[in-house]
Design a binder for this molecule. Structure first.
Ligand code: MG
Length: 393
């Protein structure tokens, strides 16, 4: 029985993770659950999965949960609100594996605490490695903790790398769906509306990551994650556009052989892989039907139309502060686009300016989460100014 905690249980990854728990009866025990503010859904999860430790983002949300639970919350012996709650769930002594699927920077401390407490980490939160990859991987190495990627591309690469000598690996190849504007002319991208951008062809996700996938920034963030997860320099990480999202990613070996992982587009598969690793379990999901998939296409990403991908490579090659600035600038730029304060092509423009400003800023190493937060706060102030300039121009 593997004992797990899920940070971010009411989000889409958390929802899929609990579906895996339900399907794998007798193999997984939910010891801890943490969520943001969705008290109604959270209370249902607690009643069904009977965790011992729970946490909500705010005291109000926790009160709502406790009221909804009534006698149904009798299995809970630890209930906490705010960042301390997230930490308590992430470090609960009975937990073997922590699924980090909560968004935002509170997840940084919780993930690091889980690593320090010796837990296996299944990572679904992008910011954690984009902002603090060096901090996390150093701690994981020191504690001998495995960080298992849940993101479908990195999970695929993790699978492709198994059984191969790291010295035989030439390149990692991340696949990208290309987003809804894959074939859109550069001149038409400025007029793209939030509604069009939110209509993703293959994956159904939240608004921020859907826009990231339309700008290709999602792939840029994934290149940065891959650098840390697989200790591979950016020049050995490539991106290929693959609109069908069936090949989840590939590894190229020194003899030119490509090892790929293919599967249906359902997050339950990578989540189950992380839960079962190093074993494999049967899945109730239907296998991929290759004949019905028919056509698999691959194309080079066009960085002239989608400069966010180039910005991410640029940030990764620079000082450790640049990926933090990239991440913060992107978050604010995407929010400004969704609020109709800025056109779609303003997103890469603002990020480029924020990175330029960041390069003029002399920063030392970014070796602690406090240092990460400092750069992040600076980047947010800087980007807010840049966005208001675009808005007033
Ligand atoms: Mg992905």
């Amino acid at each position: 029985m593997r004992r797990i905690a899920i940070l971010g249980s009411t989000g889409s990854i958390g929802h899929s993770a609990l579906a895996v728990v339900a399907a794998q009866a007798g193999r997984l025990e939910v010891v801890g659950l943490a969520a943001g503010r969705n008290a109604g859904r959270f209370a249902e999860q607690v009643k069904r999965f009977r965790p011992r430790a729970i946490a909500m983002a705010t005291p109000e949300a926790l009160c709502d949960v406790q009221a909804a639970l009534g006698a149904g919350g009798s299995t809970v012996d630890s209930a906490c609100a705010g960042p301390e709650g997230l930490l308590a769930v992430a470090t609960h002594p009975d937990v073997d594996l922590v699924l980090c699927a909560s968004s935002g920077t509170a997840a940084l401390d919780a993930t690091l605490a889980a690593i320090e407490a010796g837990k296996t980490v299944a990572l679904a939160n992008k910011e954690v490695l984009v902002m603090a990859g060096g901090v996390m991987m150093t701690a994981a190495r020191r504690r001998g903790v495995a960080i298992l990627p849940v993101d479908s591309e990195h999970n695929a690469i993790h699978q492709c790398l198994r059984g191969h000598d790291p010295a035989d690996v030439r390149r990692l190849i991340l696949t990208a769906s290309g987003g809804p504007f894959r074939t859109r002319a550069a001149a038409d991208l400025a007029a793209v509306t939030p509604e069009e951008a939110l209509d993703h062809p293959t994956w159904n996700m939240g608004p921020k990551i859907t826009i990231d996938s339309a700008t290709l920034m999602n792939k840029g963030l994934e290149v940065i994650e891959a650098r840390w997860l697989f200790d591979t320099p950016p020049e050995r990480i490539d991106v290929v556009v693959h609109p069908q999202s069936i090949v989840h990613s590939l590894v190229e070996l020194c003899d030119g052989s490509l090892i790929a992982q293919l599967g249906v587009t359902d997050m339950q598969l990578p989540i189950q892989y992380a839960f079962s690793y190093p074993d494999r379990w049967e899945s109730p999901l239907p296998p991929l039907d290759l004949v019905r998939s028919r056509r698999l296409e691959f194309d080079r990403p066009d960085v002239s139309r989608f400069p966010c991908l180039a910005h991410a490579y640029h940030a990764l090659r620079g000082p450790a502060s640049l990926p933090i600035i990239l991440n913060a600038a992107n978050e604010l730029a995407v929010a400004a686009f969704l609020a109709r304060r800025m056109p779609f092509d303003g997103i890469p423009a603002v990020i480029e300016q924020a990175l330029d400003a960041g390069e003029r800023l002399a920063t030392g190493g970014v070796e602690t989460l406090a240092a990460v937060r400092e750069v992040d706060a600076w980047a947010r102030r800087q980007t807010a100014e840049l966005v208001s300039k675009v808005e007033s121009s």
